[in-house]
Design a protein around this ligand. Structure first.
Ligand code: SAM
Ligand code: DTB
Ligand code: SF4
Length: 327
């Protein structure tokens, strides 16, 4: 843990761009093999109808977004997606559910754990994002084979009540602590472009840099303005603001994976290249995020190839399809 204060973070963030990039690059090179990018596939296993009122989210039942409420996907459907993800070169499979949180001792939670066991059995890292957790639910998820639990802080504690009223920042931190105590890695980041200030973004980083243990990964999402949500018309994030945020995150959290997350579908290849240069080393991979668009797999592989970056190799010994195709 190396907590940076908001003053220190402002100083880092507000340097001229090139010294900032130099600093981020030096931190990156000292901590990571030169050119690997983690590919994380994403699947919504329970879509829509969520009780929470997160102002950015197409899955909230508080807004008319056109996203239909669906039941939890069956094991076979999830496994079909997981197999496909593995074959296309992903090493992590991240499953999201639109509900307030996990209820223990329910048939639904048993089904989720069965899904986790099966996906872990394919040799993929398993990440889940299932909302609020108790200590016991976190232990059961760890036991089922979860590698990382995704639960974002999304912004500063000061701005959070402007975005969500159905749960609090303290609730988010409680769940993160439960995941850490159970021994899961924590994936925790935020969204840019909701009307927050740069200081709100840096406050979030200040809090993340104080996590013990440090977050295993930090997703940096750019708001996707979803139809029917209160934030639909929010102004797009300037690419240089995104690059600065990624560089500052890299410097604040040298050993954490920084994931260039939602919003890549609307970014140029050059913008993404700058984000990788600034220290991003993970992406969501596959043509769909949870409900909305992401770049196509072949476009991403082409981009990585053009930059001389390589997809992270799977941890298990057997070669995946992507590697086989190169031989
Ligand atoms: N329900 C769970 C939760 O809230 O933690 C998991 C799913 S939620 C969709 C996961 C994260 O996706 C959010 O915390 C947010 O950071 C991101 N996200 C959701 N909608 C988004 C949007 N329209 N644009 C960008 N990021 C978004
Ligand atoms: C995260 O930080 N971003 C992902 C993942 N964690 C679950 C989700 C992005 C969702 C984008 C909007 C949508 O697809 O509905
Ligand atoms: Fe529900 Fe998560 Fe969407 Fe909030 S972000 S409305 S908790 S699915």
């Amino acid at each position: 843990m190396n907590t940076l204060t908001i003053e220190q973070l402002r100083e880092i963030y507000n340097q001229p761009m090139f010294p900032l990039l130099d600093q981020a690059r030096a931190v990156y090179r000292a901590n990571w093999a030169e050119s690997e990018v983690q590919l994380c596939a994403l699947l919504s296993i329970k879509t829509g109808g969520c009780s929470e009122d997160c102002a950015y989210c197409a899955q909230s039942s508080h807004y008319h977004t056109g996203v239909q409420r669906e039941e939890l996907l069956g094991l076979d459907t999830v496994l079909t997606h997981a197999h496909r993800a593995k074959e296309s070169g992903a090493t992590r499979f991240c499953m999201g559910a639109a509900w307030k949180g996990v209820r223990e001792n329910t048939e639904r939670f048993d089904k989720v754990k069965e899904i986790i066991r099966a996906v872990a059995g394919l040799g993929l890292e398993v990440c889940v994002t299932l909302g609020e957790l108790t200590d016991k639910a976190a232990e059961e998820l760890k036991e089922a084979g979860v590698t990382a639990y995704n639960h974002n802080l999304d912004t500063s504690p000061e701005f959070y009540p402007r975005i969500v009223s159905t749960h609090t920042y303290a609730d988010r931190l409680r769940t993160i602590r439960a995941a850490q105590k159970a021994g899961m890695d924590v994936c925790c980041g935020g969204i840019l472009g909701m009307g927050e200030t740069v200081d709100d973004r840096l406050r979030m980083l200040e809090i993340l840099s104080g996590f013990d243990p440090e977050p295993e990964s930090v997703p940096i999402n750019c708001l996707m303005g979803m139809e029917g949500t209160p934030l639909k018309e929010a102004a797009p994030v300037d690419v240089f603001d995104l690059v600065r945020m990624i560089a500052t995150t890299r410097i604040a959290l040298p050993k954490t994976k920084v994931r260039l997350s939602a919003g890549r579908a609307y970014m140029s290849r050059e913008g993404q290249a700058l984000c990788f240069y600034a220290g991003a080393n993970s992406i969501f991979y596959g043509g769909k995020l949870l409900t909305t668009v992401n770049p196509k797999e072949n476009a991403d592989l082409e981009l990585l190839n053009a930059l001389g970056l390589t997809p992270q190799a799977p941890k298990n010994a057997c070669m995946n399809e992507l590697e086989k195709s190169k031989h």
